[in-house]
Design a protein around this ligand. Structure first.
Ligand code: ADP
Ligand code: NI
Length: 226
């Protein structure tokens, strides 16, 4: 996918602001993640009649600007930081409100918690963000995040949990493999657009294959049968 930057000056300035802020981030929420989400959301918007590209692109660029995961669980840190940035750029109040809503609604909050988006632009950004959490890149990001948080790769004695509330999901410190069963394997069913669902098929199958092989090696089954 090309890295061309849209002509709109607000997009260009926002991309530069986020690029500088996230260039050296090491938890899987780096600029490359945000850039991919931006490009994919933009491609989805092109195929979605009525989607506002400015709101979609700003939502994608700012969606992880101050994630609760890195701000003591503060869910308002992201919407607040996005508003501050857009106000500093004198963006139209209506655009600010719509982007702020996307950032407030986008995050996965536990398997038992529904996360509907209130706008079509939000649905596109959420799909783009979720596509980047599955497949080969999803696997890499999950372990980058787990390493960043000092989590073990796997522990068969700790079973996956269906988090029924956002609070319970937030407090989770389980091994990284559990995250596949608690979130990543369920994202395919939670996408909003047919285009994203099509892309998800191969990525989902790859993750399943990865898990199968991981658990096989963990138990030494491949060695035993060699
Ligand atoms: P979301 O807002 O839906 O959580 P993000 O864009 O913030 O999405 O990205 C979350 C990334 O961090 C994903 O790649 C996800 O797999 C990873 N991640 C989040 N929580 C965990 C966890 N407990 N273990 C491993 N990876 C995690
Ligand atoms: Ni993200």
């Amino acid at each position: 996918m090309s890295a061309t930057i849209t002509e709109h000056p607000l997009i260009t300035r926002t991309a530069e602001f986020i690029r500088e802020k996230f260039l050296h981030e090491g938890s899987g929420h780096d600029w490359a993640h945000i850039r991919r989400v931006w490009q994919v959301a933009r491609a989805l918007a092109r195929d979605t009649p009525g989607a506002d590209t400015l709101v979609t692109e700003l939502g994608a660029l700012l969606h992880d600007v101050a994630d609760w995961k890195f701000h003591d669980g503060d869910e308002e840190a992201g919407p607040r930081a996005a508003r501050q940035w857009l106000e500093s750029q004198v963006a139209p109040p209506e655009v600010i409100a719509r982007v702020e809503a996307i950032i407030r609604e986008i995050s996965f909050k536990g398997l038992g918690v529904a996360t509907p988006m209130s706008s079509v632009e939000g649905e596109l950004v959420q799909d783009a963000d979720r596509l980047d959490a599955i497949g080969a890149i999803g696997v890499a990001r999950a372990f980058a995040y787990g390493g960043h948080k000092g989590r073990p790769l796997h522990d068969p004695a700790v079973p996956p949990v269906t988090h029924a509330t956002f609070e319970s999901y937030k407090q989770n410190t389980a091994p990284t493999i559990n995250h596949f069963y608690e979130k990543l394997l369920h994202l395919r069913e939670r996408l909003n657009t047919p285009a994203a669902r099509r892309v998800a098929e191969e990525r989902h199958a790859f993750m399943e294959q990865f898990l199968q092989q991981f658990l096989r090696e963990w138990e030494g089954e491949d060695v035993a049968s060699a």
